[in-house]
Design a protein around this ligand. Structure first.
Ligand code: CP
Length: 315
């Protein structure tokens, strides 16, 4: 599949993407990766284009990485924080975006606490929408960078066993990874307290267990998820200490994992809860490689969406 084959105006999730489209994203990211290694880390690909970053939730990695990706591609950028915008005075999200669009912004990158917010904008407005995380639904660029990192370290995604440990129920990262990894032929197991496993999660093509030992046995990758207290309105387990006793990845637990296992985490990490500090900083951890790879992946997303807009305008 060549770059011209990308037809979508938006990237709202991996649920609707084909395996070929995911492959195209990953191969485009691979080809853009070397730009960040050049002495002058900039290409003119998006010169004259404008991208707005709309963040209605906190973010470190995603926000910085999108902004840097835009700069690497020479786009003009606008940064917009929900808490200081006129949405707090009652303006609707759609009206806010229509105002931004009227300034000839071509792509918006949006993080929003409401599941489906990017999809609603993408369906009703001409601007291209990139989902930077919507509620508990999807975080497609995180899953793409996770897949990119696994492919980089293991050479393939096919038949790779990836274990997700933690708060699966509230995790948009887990959902996007499940959609993406299963399409790419990986084997996915999800693990956590029963209360944090979505009902009927096996219908998504994954296996589920409450037992950490079962989940990490033969796993090529262990991807840890933070307990998302900001999305929880009730107690899902008795205490953080009890959670850590059963589900923390530490040196003792790793003795039962494969010798070449990768430890991944989308961040932010709660050190000493889901992941022991020495393992986070140890040789199995590829957490900072994930962050590095996120830049190339977000450059690929912007590049392909911008190309599709250009083709549509030429028709
Ligand atoms: N992984 C991730 O989305 O991190 P941020 O919340 O810091 O963007």
């Amino acid at each position: 599949m060549n770059h011209a084959a990308w037809k979508r105006k938006d990237l709202v999730g991996l649920k609707d993407l084909s395996a070929d489209e995911i492959r195209l994203m990953l191969s485009t990211a691979k080809s853009l990766q070397e730009i960040s290694l050049r002495p002058v880390k900039k290409v003119p690909t998006l010169r004259g284009r404008t991208v707005a970053n709309l963040f209605f939730e906190p973010s470190t990695r995603t926000r910085i990485s999108f902004e840097l990706a835009e700069k690497r591609l020479s786009a003009d950028t606008i940064n917009f924080t929900g808490s200081v915008s006129s949405t707090v005075k009652g303006e609707t999200l759609k009206d806010t975006v229509r105002n931004i669009e009227s300034l000839k912004v071509e792509i918006i990158v949006i993080r929003h606490p409401a599941s489906g917010a990017p999809h609603a904008l993408a369906e009703s407005l001409p601007v291209s929408v990139v989902n930077a995380g919507d509620g508990i639904n999807e975080h497609p660029t995180q899953a793409l960078l996770d897949m990119f990192t696994i492919q980089e370290k293991k050479g393939t995604l096919a038949n790779i066993k990836v274990a997700f440990i933690g708060d699966i129920l509230h995790s948009r990262v887990a959902r996007s990874n499940i959609w993406g990894l299963t399409k790419m032929g990986a084997k996915v197991v999800v693990c956590g307290p029963k209360t944090l496993l979505p009902p009927k999660v096996e219908s998504l093509g994954v296996s589920a267990t409450t037992d950490l030992g079962t989940a990490i046995k033969d796993a090529d990758v262990i991807n840890l998820l933070r307990i998302q207290t900001e999305r929880q309105s009730e107690c899902f387990f008795p205490s953080i200490r009890e959670y850590a006793n059963s589900y923390q990845i530490n040196r003792e637990v790793l003795q039962h994992a494969k010798p070449d296992v990768l430890i991944m985490h989308p961040g932010p990490v709660n050190r000493g809860i889901e992941l022991a500090s020495d393992v986070m900083d140890g040789p199995y951890s590829v957490i900072l490689d994930q962050v590095t790879n996120g830049l190339a992946v977000r450059m690929a997303v912007l590049y392909l969406l911008s190309g599709a807009r250009k083709k549509a305008a030429e028709k």
